[in-house]
Design a protein around this ligand. Structure first.
Ligand SMILES: Nc1ncnc2c1ncn2[C@@H]1O[C@H](COP(=O)(O)OP(=O)(O)OP(=O)(O)O)[C@@H](O)[C@H]1O
Ligand SMILES: [Mg+2]
Length: 793
């Protein structure tokens, strides 16, 4: 409530245009949040509104399909997620299996912020992955995950996943980043002003208005801070108003103030009727107090799961009762007074503090009370992080530290024992019992099938927006093309001065050959320099693709079109300098062929590097592989070894025909030499025709037109782009499928050999596999149809 008020106040001071709708958007959210605060969260199945008019537009289909059942209005778009006996098993490369998560049961409700905590390797990310259907190919899950009481695959618009890495385009401002993302996904029918209002409201919601016009930043541009970047990443995912938000360590790497701000924002988002689940590493006490519910994991097992907000008063009372029973008898009027104070007088923060006391109560009951003045989250992690054992042993071993006797129970037992005590205590505690009760209660209510349909923009809109965004990025990133233009100009001036006015003397024959070979070999080779920028692009693409923002085709087309003007500019400028300084074969047609051939060659290199980037997304490895491939292509181009002398198997056929240098040189030699006459040696002898040199010196097939050579180059561009497309598709669908099959086979073999490790709790055949992106997209369309027809009937 407080956050909403702050947003409204902030907004009323704002003077930016087109904001009337933003006011509406936020007012509605605030009103809905107020209604919920008053209504204490609403019961299962009851409409939890909280949708602004704009969000309603996005969720209209679902709302239209709502229907009444058993007196409950089912059709609200809130997300109630439950997981029961969730086990995730992974297969390791040696064929062993390992249970990463074991029998986890829990739930997340709309309007609540659930934090997953635990030491490194405890399974936080795996739990998030399992809940959001993103498990790796070698991971198998068993158990039940229900969304609104139904087994559903989460659609991109329904659930959003914010990963730990902020893969953003460094040259765009915060507002541009969010605006382009909106254009990529919002339905075309939504008016420009509506889209703008949604963007502005998202900026405000995430508290980004102060840096809205600052660039994100990259290696040469100083941009926004790490905390702001994290908030931009979250803003991009909440644009489509997902009802369920997963975040993997949103506060890692941030200072305490930024971490607090990010967590406060997430809490604010949850108060808008969304279900927020985030894994958090070592929170400060301020951050810790913002959690509604805590899921504490260790070694894939539940150490603690609580606290249902409705129940905290009762637990608090029992805590007060336990703590003070020796001194004070809590009478009924006293209890009622506490209850009254909690409900109506205590501020939100005081209530949160009291909830924290409840967590601490669990640890105290289990025999690990939090020492005074210790941050509770530090204490919890201290109890369950076995790395502390290693630290203790190392320090003791080094004899540098004298251990003092203390009352801390953790000093007396190992962490493994502490974990065992805590997990056993939890399993038999009222917390576990009430969690299971609640899971059963939520699972019984069959709510709305949530599916916003993911990205709702048309293909053309996506391709157009991506092209525009990519063009702006290329024009602002100095390292993408501008630096290359400078180098190309410098290098071609060097070529021009070295081969200046090469002429038609006897010596110029080989000089022309060497010049062409250098231009089409080394100059095109320099295109490799744009690879790091392209890898950055690929990272953004992969994040957006994984979140279903757009398809591979739109990306490939947009990248090709947006790069075209820059490549044309670079090759025409440098080609023109080289052509006129060297004075190659005069005539417009010859000039045009030369620059077109240069353009085609540079674009082929670009396309080749794109295909490499899709296989090896590491820029150092990519450059090495790209350089190696081009080196081999250059060797068989017909200059360093004449075509007829190249060894026939492998090198002549097929390598020289695959090499684009070969086709470029064949075309350019013809373009340059055919029709010219060269001095003989001595010059008094008959002049040598260019055709003769082509056939007998450079061993060129003179019967083939140079334009055919050029068209082969252009078709290579298309082929490499298709390879790029296919590689991405393969890595998306086929690779996980193959990995899954291998993992399954390994498990079955182990199973048959009777060597199954004792840690495996379930038979491999009962496990379900995490779906691939393709399966998901296919399933989604069929599910969507089925659910619509079911609702209609
Ligand atoms: N696909 C997988 N294949 C093999 N092992 C896996 C796989 N996924 C997770 N694991 C293992 O499961 C354990 C839990 O991993 P997970 O990434 O979920 O931990 P985490 O709690 O998120 O840790 P951190 O805080 O360091 O991010 C680790 O030991 C990890 O090596
Ligand atoms: Mg993790």
């Amino acid at each position: 409530m407080k956050e909403q008020t702050i947003m409204m106040t902030r907004h009323s001071n704002s003077s930016s245009g087109g904001n009337n709708q933003v006011v509406m958007d936020i007012d509605e959210s605030a009103a809905a949040a107020a209604a919920r605060e008053g209504g204490r969260g609403g019961g299962a199945g009851v409409v939890v509104g909280g949708l602004s008019p704009l969000s309603e537009t996005l969720w209209k289909d679902t709302i239209n399909n709502s229907y009444s059942h058993g007196g409950l209005t089912i059709g609200d778009v809130s997300a109630r997620l439950t997981w029961k006996d969730l086990t995730v098993m992974v297969t390791l490369s040696n064929g062993e299996t390992q249970n990463v998560l074991q029998d986890l049961t829990g739930y997340a409700e709309p309007g609540s912020f659930t934090a997953l905590m635990g030491p490194s390797g405890s399974g936080k990310s795996t739990l998030l992955d399992a809940l959001s259907s993103r498990l790796a190919a070698n991971a198998f899950l068993s158990g039940t995950i229900l969304l609104n009481g139904r087994k559903t695959k989460l659609s991109f618009g329904t659930a959003a996943y914010v990963t730990q890495d902020d893969n953003l385009i460094g040259t765009l401002t915060v507002r541009e980043t969010i605006r382009y993302s909106a254009q990529l996904r919002l339905p075309d029918k939504l008016s420009r002003s509506d889209k703008r209002a949604l963007v502005e409201s998202t900026i405000m919601e995430m508290g980004l208005q102060d840096c809205a016009d600052t660039v994100i930043g990259n290696w040469h541009l100083r941009g926004i801070s790490g905390g702001e970047k994290r908030r931009v990443s979250i803003a991009l995912e909440i644009l489509m108003r997902p009802r369920l938000l997963f975040l993997d360590e949103p506060t890692s790497g941030l200072d305490s103030a930024s971490a607090f701000f990010v967590t406060q924002t997430l809490r604010g988002l949850s108060r808008d009727g969304r279900t927020v689940i985030a894994s958090i590493h070592q929170p400060s006490s301020d951050v810790f107090e913002l959690f509604d519910r805590l899921y504490l994991l260790s070694g894939g097992k539940t150490v603690y799961f609580g606290q249902a907000s409705e129940a905290y008063e009762a637990r608090l009372l029992s805590f007060i009762n336990n703590a003070t029973q020796k001194n004070i008898r809590l009478t009924v009027p006293f209890r009622l007074t506490v209850y009254y104070l909690l409900h109506y007088v205590c501020s939100q923060n005081t209530r949160l503090l009291l909830i924290t006391l409840c967590y601490m109560q669990f640890f105290a009951q289990a025999g690990f009370p939090c020492p005074p003045l210790r941050n509770p989250s530090d204490h919890f992690l201290r109890c369950i992080n076995s790395d502390f054992d290693k630290v203790k042993v190392t320090l003791k071993g080094s004899m540098k530290l004298q251990f003092e006797l203390s009352d801390d129970p953790l000093e007396k037992i190992t962490t493994a024992e502490a974990i065992r005590t805590l997990t056993d205590f939890y399993r038999t505690s009222q917390y576990c019992y009430s969690a299971k009760e609640k899971v059963n209660e939520i699972s019984e209510v069959k709510g709305t099938v949530l599916d916003s349909g993911g990205s709702q923009a048309s293909f053309l809109m996506q391709a157009f927006t991506l092209t525009k965004r990519s063009f702006i990025n290329m024009s602002r990133d100095f390292g993408y093309y501008w630096l290359r233009l400078v180098i190309y100009v410098v290098v071609t001036i060097c070529i021009g001065t070295i081969y200046l006015d090469v002429g038609t003397s006897y010596n110029s024959i080989l000089a022309r050959g060497a010049c062409a070979s250098f231009v089409f070999g080394f100059v095109t080779f320099m295109s490799i320099g744009g690879f790091p920028s392209f890898v950055e692009d690929m990272k953004v693409f992969q994040r957006e693709r994984l979140n279903g923002h757009y398809g591979v085709t739109a990306f490939v087309i947009s990248n090709t079109i947006s790069a075209m003007p820059f490549l044309i500019m670079i090759t025409f400028i440098s080609g023109t300098i080289c052509y006129f300084m060297v004075r190659l074969h005069p005539g417009f047609e010859h000039y045009l062929f030369f620059v077109l051939c240069l353009y085609a060659s540079v674009t082929v290199v670009e396309s080749l590097m794109m295909a490499i980037a899709s296989i090896v997304p590491n820029f150092l490895m990519g450059i090495i592989i790209g350089a190696g491939i081009q080196g081999i292509f250059m060797l068989v181009s017909g200059y360093f070894r004449l075509p007829n002398d190249i060894p026939k198997p492998v090198w002549r056929y097929p390598m020289s025909y695959i090499s684009f240098h070969f086709w470029a040189l064949q075309g350019q030699y013809q373009n340059d030499l055919r029709g010219l006459f060269f001095d003989n040696d001595p010059p008094s002898l008959i002049k040598i025709p260019g055709e003769y040199i082509l056939e007998y010196v450079f061993q060129i097939d003179v019967n083939r037109s140079k334009w055919i050579d050029l068209s082969v180059l252009f078709s290579m561009i298309v082929i490499y782009r298709i390879i790029f497309f296919i590689v991405i598709k393969i890595s998306e669908d086929v690779t996980p499928w193959i990995r899954g099959c291998i993992a399954r086979r390994r498990m079955q073999q182990k199973h048959m050999n009777g060597n199954q490790t004792t840690t495996v709790a379930v038979a491999p055949y009962s496990l379900t596999h995490s779906p691939s992106l393709r399966t998901y997209v296919d399933d989604r369309s069929s599910n969507h149809q089925t659910s619509k027809s079911r609702l209609r009937s």
